[in-house]
Design a protein around this ligand. Structure first.
Ligand SMILES: Cc1cc2nc3c(=O)[nH]c(=O)nc-3n(C[C@H](O)[C@H](O)[C@H](O)COP(=O)(O)OP(=O)(O)OC[C@H]3O[C@@H](n4cnc5c(N)ncnc54)[C@H](O)[C@@H]3O)c2cc1C
Length: 392
C-alpha cells in the first residue's frame, strides 16, 4: 500500500507535523520506536518561543498543555549580561506586546498532550516501530522497520512505502544518505534543576562568561540551569557536593541571580552543531533536530524544528495528492525554509563564537553589542522578533 506521508519519529516535531496534516484528507502514518505512553526524553525541559506557542495553538494542544500542572512556565523578561565586562540588555514581554517572550515546557508534558491529540486524530500511530533505514527513489520512499512489538528485534520486515518520508527522529540517523555538516564546540552543557529562596518572577538570565554562556530559566517553582564548560571542568562540577556546587554557581552567576537553596538532577550532554546540507531530496525530508541540532545558547533549535513541521504541513496540504513528495514540492519546501534555517544556524553559531570564549579583546565589542542592543529600539525590536518568530 502506498501511503501519502510516513513520519519517522513522534517526538514534539514529528507529532506537530502529524497533527498539522490531520487537517487534510491525506493518509498519514507515524512510526516511533518508543512504546505507547512512554516519553523518549522525559527529564528534559524545552525553551518555547512565542511563535512556537502559536503553532501549538493552531494544532489544538495549547489549552491541554496549559491544563497540566507545572507543564509550562512563562518567561516575562530575559536579562542578558556578560561577566567581567560592561554591557547588559533586558527584553520584556510588555515592551513587545506579547503575553510572554517564551515558555519553559516540560518535554514529558508536551509529549503527553501531543500523544493524546494524536490518539484522537485520523492519523495512524504505530508505537514500538524502530526504523532502520529510509531510502528515497523517484517513485516513492521505502521505510524499513525492525519490529512492531515493544521489544525490537533485528529481523527485517517488508518496508513501508510512501510518497513522502518525513524524518523527525532527533538525529537524522534513519536518513543516513544525507551529507551533514558538523562542528564540535569541545564543550558540554551541564543541566540541573535548582530551588531558590524566593519564588522567581518569570525572569530568565543569559550570562556570557569567559568560559562559555550560562542560562537560568524560570521553571515551575524553581529554575532550570544550563552551564557550558569544558568536559573536564564539567566532571569537576558533577563531583562537587550539592552545597559546593551551589557556591560555585553563585560565584559564576554573579549577584543578579536568585539565592539558590537546592540542586537536583545534574547531568551533561555534548555541545555540537550538526545540520543536513540538503534536508529535502528524493522523496525524503529531515526536520527538527534531524535536520539541525544547534547549541542551546539562544534556544533556537527546537523552535526552528516546530517551524519546519508547520511549514512542511502547509506545503503538503497545498500540493495535489499525486505530487506529494515530488521534486517540485521538495524544492518549494527547501526554498521556503532556507532563510529561517540558515539564519538560525548562523545566529546561534555566531553568538557562541562572539560570546563563548575568554579572549579579553572581545570583551569590548561584546559589551558594545549588548549596549547598542539595549539603546537602539529598532535593533532591539528586530533582535526580539527573531527570537520570537525566527528570521524571515
Ligand atoms: C541531550 C540533549 C539535551 C537537550 N536539552 C535541551 C534543553 O534543555 N532545552 C531545549 O530547549 N532543548 C534541548 N535539547 C534539544 C531538544 O531536545 C530538541 O530540540 C527536541 O527534542 C527536538 O525534537 P524532535 O522531535 O526533532 O526530536 P526528539 O525530541 O529527539 O524526538 C525524536 C523521536 O523519534 C523517535 N525515534 C528516534 N529514532 C527512531 C527510529 N530509528 N525509529 C523510530 N523512531 C525513532 C524517538 O523515540 C523520539 O520520540 C536537547 C538535546 C539533546 C540532544
Amino acid at each position: 500500500m502506498l501511503h501519502d506521508v510516513v513520519i519517522v519519529g513522534a517526538g514534539p516535531v514529528g507529532s506537530t507535523l502529524a497533527l498539522s496534516l490531520a487537517a487534510g484528507d491525506i493518509d498519514v502514518v507515524v512510526l516511533d520506536a518508543r512504546p505507547a505512553g512512554h516519553s523518549a526524553r522525559g527529564d528534559r525541559s524545552l525553551a518555547l518561543s512565542h511563535g512556537a506557542r502559536l503553532i501549538l495553538e493552531r494544532v489544538g494542544i495549547w489549552s491541554a498543555l496549559s491544563a497540566i500542572p507545572g507543564a509550562l512556565t512563562p518567561i516575562a523578561r530575559i536579562d542578558i549580561s556578560q561577566a567581567g565586562g560592561f554591557g547588559r540588555t533586558e527584553l520584556t514581554a510588555k515592551e513587545h506586546d506579547v503575553p510572554a517572550l517564551g515558555y519553559v515546557v516540560r518535554y514529558r508534558s508536551l509529549q503527553e498532550a501531543l500523544d493524546a491529540a494524536l490518539a484522537r486524530s485520523s492519523v495512524a500511530m504505530r508505537h514500538g516501530a524502530t526504523v532502520t533505514a529510509v531510502r528515497g527513489a523517484v517513485e516513492h520512499a521505502a521505510i524499513e522497520i525492525a519490529d512492531e512489538g515493544s521489544e525490537a528485534t533485528t529481523a527485517p520486515i517488508a518496508p513501508i512505502i510512501a510518497r513522502l518520508a518525513a524524518v523527525a527522529d532527533g538525529t537524522g540517523d534513519a536518513m543516513a544518505f544525507t551529507a551533514r555538516q558538523r562542528h564540535d564546540y569541545g564543550q558540554v552543557a551541564l543541566v540541573a534543576k535548582l530551588s531558590c529562596a524566593a519564588p522567581h518572577d518569570g525572569t530568565a538570565f543569559e550570562r556570557f562568561t569567559p568560559h562559555g554562556p550560562m542560562a537560568l530559566l524560570p521553571e515551575h517553582d524553581g529554575h532550570g540551569l544550563v552551564w557550558t564548560a569544558t568536559p573536564a571542568r564539567a566532571q569537576e562540577l558533577l563531583a562537587l557536593s550539592d552545597a559546593e556546587f551551589l557556591k560555585e554557581l553563585t560565584r559564576h552567576f554573579g549577584a543578579r541571580s536568585a539565592r539558590f537553596t537546592h540542586v537536583a538532577e545534574r547531568r551533561t550532554f555534548p555541545l555540537v552543531m550538526e545540520y543536513a546540507r540538503e534536508p529535502a531530496r528524493a522523496r525524503c525530508v529531515a526536520l527538527g533536530n534531524a535536520a539541525q541540532t544547534l547549541h542551546p545558547v539562544a534556544g533556537q533549535g527546537f523552535n526552528l524544528g516546530l517551524r519546519d513541521a508547520w511549514e512542511l504541513a502547509q506545503i503538503v496540504l497545498d500540493t495535489p495528492r499525486d505530487e506529494i513528495g515530488g521534486d517540485a514540492m521538495l524544492s518549494r519546501y527547501s526554498r521556503r525554509r532556507r532563510t529561517d534555517r540558515m539564519a538560525g544556524i548562523a545566529f546561534t553559531h555566531g553568538l557562541v563564537r562572539l560570546f563563548g570564549n575568554d579572549l579579553p579583546l572581545l570583551r569590548w565589542p561584546r559589551g558594545l553589542a549588548l549596549t547598542l542592543l539595549d539603546a537602539v529600539p529598532v535593533a532591539k525590536r528586530a533582535f526580539t522578533r527573531a527570537m520570537l518568530f525566527g528570521v524571515r
